[in-house]
Design a protein around this ligand. Structure first.
Ligand code: FAD
Length: 491
């Protein structure tokens, strides 16, 4: 059963009731009967978007059927978790690349938030992988939208519905030109109708089924944990590695993250010893040709064979003087790769635990205070400096980690008192202005939800006029403001 809060622990959740349909055919009547309705998936939202504020909750958990698998696609109901999609595909030698780190998220949830993951650097966010969507509109109309079938004309989209075509005037703002954008409604000249619903966080329609594009064969993966002596060295190395085809993603953990791993014993638990001079660690995920064996990879690394994918990556590490400190999880060593991934995951866990403890022991108003911002990689060093200066000048303890290959990281405050939370919010709003100035997006992958800071960041990005244009889209499709009211923007 769904709960009254989501992974953001947004306070004050309450509902008019819960409905758990067993078939998608029940949804139009549920929508027609409701005054307000919030569709939820796994409630892993980090923005409060899956926390009901008096609406009826529509859980998609029983809509868990895989409807069809073909050579290049999979069609699933909205409640199928990402992990089940991967398992079903793996049995056929295929895979779905743009998965978020939390693989318990549902198909409908990742579409509604245009989720992204580590491998977005190589494969993009969820959006381009959606080939078709079945959606129920606020008036109960059922719509199946296939990519490529309906495009905007003269800044308008015509949306078929039971009450006739709905004329939607599209927002005129220019979206940031970066690889991850989860910042309100998609809008672009000549856009595809399907893109209006992807990333709309449940406010324009309820996703009942999705067809995702898939890839095969499944690549062989390997991983490298690279301790770097300085931030500048790490960023230069990431710049080199971004040019290598084998690199699917690069994650980063700053010095404070490494301290947290040490304080929590996670480094010992996963048998990792960082050299004392480590300022920042990178976790490089590699995709190699399907069927590459451990022996092949080992030979290619030893022979310094710059002609092979993994050989070239190692040459890059050698050229920057970090190869000797690097630990590789070679193809087939799933155990070690799992440990290195768990080490990276222990960072947000460690920070979240500290926030939870401070909330319990110091002040109940203390909450997670974090951002999810992306800038073009060329501006990343500048942005990191801005995060550091902005937090340090306010006397805050903080840690920064994330998807460095995308220029997308998560600056997090480690609050010691409630004032730290207030100062952290102020810093994050200032970062949002800097990110926009640098051509990035202050809302990269988690969406906007109900979070006041995220809604303020969205207003900062597109201005009041942009928000009003989104409201006009919502009003056209949902005149009674029935679906997910208060999510992304208020009425
Ligand atoms: C540990 C952890 C790691 C995470 N890592 C990532 C990451 O790497 N990348 C990333 O992008 N996110 C990440 N997230 C956030 C979260 O997993 C994603 O936002 C995910 O897409 C939400 O899916 P869900 O099924 O849990 O949706 P929910 O949280 O239930 O809902 C999210 C929003 O989508 C709407 N919604 C859900 N289902 C539907 C539907 N069927 N129709 C219409 N609207 C719907 C809801 O109304 C809500 O506004 C992480 C979260 C956690 C807890």
């Amino acid at each position: 059963m769904p709960g009254l809060s989501d992974a953001a622990h947004f306070p004050g959740g309450h509902t008019a009731g819960v409905v758990v349909p067993r078939t998608t055919a029940e949804i139009p009547d549920i929508v027609r009967a409701a005054t307000t309705l919030l569709a939820v998936g796994a409630q892993s939202s980090l923005t409060g978007g899956a926390t009901p504020m008096g609406e009826r909750l529509l859980s998609t958990e029983k809509l868990a059927r895989i409807l069809d698998i073909g050579p290049t696609h999979i069609r699933v109901e909205a409640g199928v978790p990402v992990v089940s999609i991967q398992e079903a595909l793996a049995a056929r030698g295929a895979w779905f690349p743009p998965v978020p780190t939390f693989t318990g998220a549902f198909a409908g949830g990742i579409v509604a938030t245009n989720a992204a993951g580590a491998a977005t650097f190589r494969h993009g966010s969820v959006r381009p992988w959606v080939q078709a969507l079945s959606v129920v509109l606020a008036d109960g109309s059922e719509l199946t939208i296939r990519r490529g079938e309906t495009h905007a004309r003269d800044g308008r989209l015509s949306v078929p519905s039971a009450r006739g075509p709905i004329d939607v005037v599209l927002p005129t703002y220019r979206m940031p030109q970066v690889d991850k954008v989860s910042a309100g409604y998609f809008a672009a000249p000549g856009m595809d109708l399907i893109d209006l619903f992807i990333g709309s966080e449940g406010t324009l329609g309820i996703v009942t089924a999705v067809t995702f594009r898939t890839l095969s064969p499944v690549p062989t993966t390997a991983m490298a944990l690279v301790p770097c002596r300085s931030e500048a060295e790490a960023i230069a190395l990431v710049g080199d590695l971004r040019r290598e085809d084998a690199v699917a993603a690069i994650e980063h953990m700053d010095r404070r993250c490494l301290e947290i791993l040490h304080e929590d014993g996670a480094d010992r638990r996963y048998d990792v010893a960082f050299p004392p001079h480590t300022a920042l660690a990178l976790l490089v995920q590699l995709e190699l040709a399907s069927g590459t064996t451990q022996e092949d990879a080992f030979d290619q690394i030893q022979q310094r064979s710059g002609g092979t994918a993994i050989g070239r990556v190692c040459e890059r590490l050698r050229a920057r003087g970090v190869f000797d400190d690097t630990e590789m999880a070679l193809p087939g060593d799933a155990h070690r790769a799992g440990q290195l991934t768990a080490l990276r995951e222990a960072v947000p866990e460690g920070v979240n635990q500290r926030v939870g403890r401070a909330q319990q022991e110091i002040d109940a108003r203390i909450a997670k205070t974090a951002a999810d911002m992306i800038v073009p990689f060329e501006r990343f060093a500048e942005m990191l400096q801005i995060y550091r200066d902005g937090f340090a000048s306010r006397g805050l303890d903080f840690a920064v980690w994330g998807h460095i290959s995308d220029g997308n990281v998560h600056p997090n405050v480690i609050p010691r008192c409630y004032e730290d939370v207030e100062k952290g919010k102020e810093a994050i709003l200032a970062f949002g202005r800097d990110v926009a100035r640098l051509g990035g997006c202050p809302l990269a992958e988690h969406g906007v939800g109900r979070h006041p800071v995220k809604q303020a960041l969205l207003r900062g990005l597109y201005g009041d006029e942009g928000i009003d244009q989104m409201r006009a889209v919502k009003r056209a499709l949902d005149p009674e403001w029935k679906l997910a009211p208060g999510v992304i923007f208020d009425r």
